[in-house]
Design a protein around this ligand. Structure first.
Ligand code: F6P
Length: 556
């Protein structure tokens, strides 16, 4: 049965009408205990959702919705290794990748997910190989073809094989190796690789080709171009063996590319690309921050896993965060969701969350193939909050559209400068307060009057311009500090939030059929550039664009 037909969903729809006319100002005024009762903390993460347009009753009804969607049962199935990714007939076990067992596989750990299906030996063995490789490279003990120590690493990958390690490499730059450079190349636009290569010394550069499938067009073309550059510069095709590493679930394809089996790090079909940063896909990150910090990242994630698995729904961070999102999307009608980090080091977090949330839950057909009668993932977007204040925040404050926001900040600065952190946090807290409470007509009138005499027509023209309706919902996620463990927890929190929302919406959060059509069409268009017969089979717009791109502006 569709969740939209459940008593819990209906109760929420009725409740929405009852709450529709209540402004956040009234919700705060009417409940002195609001902030305490609508905040949760776990392991250095404080989640304040008191500025959401909901009350205790909303939360109670949302928790009933989670029960109706059998969130607890499905969570158990995920941790049990059941094939909950039904359309691909796969288990979903990224949680295994961060389970303890030490970076040394000989320490061992209990079977997971279960005795008859234990993935931990290969997880721990791979983790140990990664740590050994990263340690040697960081110590200057990893040598290129001409005997020079590797000093630059280039991760070639896209989507889940790029966004997570890149985002965390920046977020944890305070932990970075002092002299090793780690770069990321994802875009098939040659501009990215072509401008990077001249800055590198081929003798001391290592390429990591990260691709679960090892068939992704962009990644393979970038890897081939990097290989051509290396061979041309070192004047020896055998150099590839010392300068290329692969991370893939298809070792045979990496070997065919020319990568030595000893330098291929595995991942498995039970890890989705967007959930893979904890696996060998995180190799570039481990090289940058070191195995110990990488271990702390895993520890943070695994602590959040245990919290998610065991905490009652009412105080379960991922569950509550997911329910707040459902309320905003399905009951208040928000079409988008903004992620606004107030930490320069979290600059790439919105892009990472875009893939996590929109590739997982941007679906309109349920697991059973039936069309859904409600919307699923909102359009997630975002930018560094402080920069956004001087750009797009105008629309958030006065544009009249409902845009729920996640403000994300760290209490302690990772790169302190006198006075900066206080100004940063003051801005962060001010923006969420302004969005929630706005500025009323009496307040604006008083402000204008205090500014001195003004002609009445100017006064009445200015008054509406200066009003802030407020009632714009937001949550604030305040981290103790930007350290590996806290970030590990934060990312696991968002992962499980996505999982819970997918369960409520009834979609499979672990497949991504929607990305296939564009890939297939690109494969049809590519040969058509040189073959008029093939071009004749394309649509008129594509033909026109191809003609324009070939001969310049005259043909159109
Ligand atoms: O096209 C989408 C996608 O399959 C993502 O899900 C994935 O993270 C990305 O491409 C890269 O895939 P791969 O790691 O197989 O190169």
């Amino acid at each position: 049965m569709s969740i939209a037909l459940s008593p819990a969903w209906n109760a929420l729809a009725v409740h929405r009408e009852a709450l529709a006319c209540t402004h956040l100002r009234e919700l705060f005024a009417g409940d002195p205990d609001r902030v305490r009762s609508l905040s949760l903390s776990f392991d250095g993460i404080h989640f304040d959702f008191s500025k959401q347009r909901l009350n205790a009753n909303t939360l109670k009804l949302l928790l009933e919705l989670a029960e109706a969607a059998k969130v607890g049962e499905w969570t158990g199935r995920m941790f049990n290794g059941d094939s909950i990714n039904a359309s691909e007939d796969r288990a979903v076990l990224h949680v295994a990748l961060r389970r303890p067992g030490g970076l040394d596989c000989r320490l061992g750990c209990p079977p997971f997910p279960r005795d008859d299906f234990d993935v931990m030996p290969e997880v721990l063995a791979t983790r140990a190989r990664m740590a050994d490789f990263a340690d040697r490279l960081r110590a200057g003990q990893c040598f290129g073809h001409s005997g020079v120590a590797i000093r630059s690493v280039v991760n070639i990958g896209i989507g889940g094989s790029d966004l997570g390690p890149k985002m965390l490499g920046h977020a944890l730059r305070a932990y970075a190796h002092p002299t090793l450079a780690v770069h990321y190349v994802s875009n098939v636009d040659g501009a990215q690789l072509a401008t990077l290569l001249p800055t590198l010394d081929p003798c001391s550069t290592l390429f990591i080709v990260a691709s679960k499938t090892f068939t992704t067009q962009e990644t393979l073309l970038n890897a081939q171009s990097a290989r051509d550059w290396l061979v041309a510069n070192l004047v020896d095709a055998a150099a590839v063996a010392s300068h290329f590493v692969a991370v893939t679930a298809h070792a045979e394809r990496a070997i065919e590319f020319g990568i030595r089996p000893a330098l291929i790090f595995p991942l498995w079909d039970w890890v989705g690309g967007r959930f893979s940063l904890w696996s060998a896909v995180g190799l570039a990150l481990m090289i940058r921050i070191g195995p110990a910090a990488f271990g702390d990242l895993l520890k943070g994630a695994t602590r959040m896993d245990e919290h998610f698995r065991s905490a009652p729904f009412a105080c379960n961070l991922p569950v509550v965060m997911a329910l707040v999102g459902i309320w905003n999307s399905n009951f208040l009608g928000a079409a988008t969701h903004a992620v606004l980090p107030y930490s320069d080091s979290l600059a790439y977090l919105p892009a990472y969350l875009q893939q996590l949330e929109m590739e997982s839950n941007g679906k309109s057909v349920g697991k059973d193939g039936a069309p859904l009668s409600y919307t699923t993932a909102p359009v997630l977007w975002g930018e560094l909050g402080n920069n956004g204040q001087h750009a797009f925040f105008q629309l958030l404050h006065q544009g009249g559209q409902l845009v729920p926001c996640d403000f994300i900040a760290a209490a302690r600065a990772d790169f302190p400068l006198p006075g900066h952190q206080e100004v940063l946090l003051a801005n962060c807290f001010a923006q969420s307060a302004a969005l929630a409470f706005g500025k009323t007509e009496p307040e604006v009138r008083a402000e204008l009057a205090a500014g001195g005499a003004m002609r009445p027509e100017v006064f009445s023209a200015l008054l509406p311009q200066k009003l802030f309706a407020g009632n714009q919902p937001s949550s604030t996620v305040l981290l103790k500090q930007l350290d590996p463990q806290t970030l590990g927890s934060l990312l696991a929190l968002y992962e499980h939030k996505v999982f819970v929302q997918g369960l409520i919406w009834g979609v499979n959060s672990f497949d991504q059929w929607g990305v296939e059509l564009g890939k297939a069409l690109a494969q049809q268009i590519l040969p058509a550039f040189d073959d008029p017969m093939l071009a004749g089979m394309l649509d008129a717009s594509t033909l026109g664009l191809m003609a324009f791109s070939k001969v310049g502006s005259d043909s159109i």
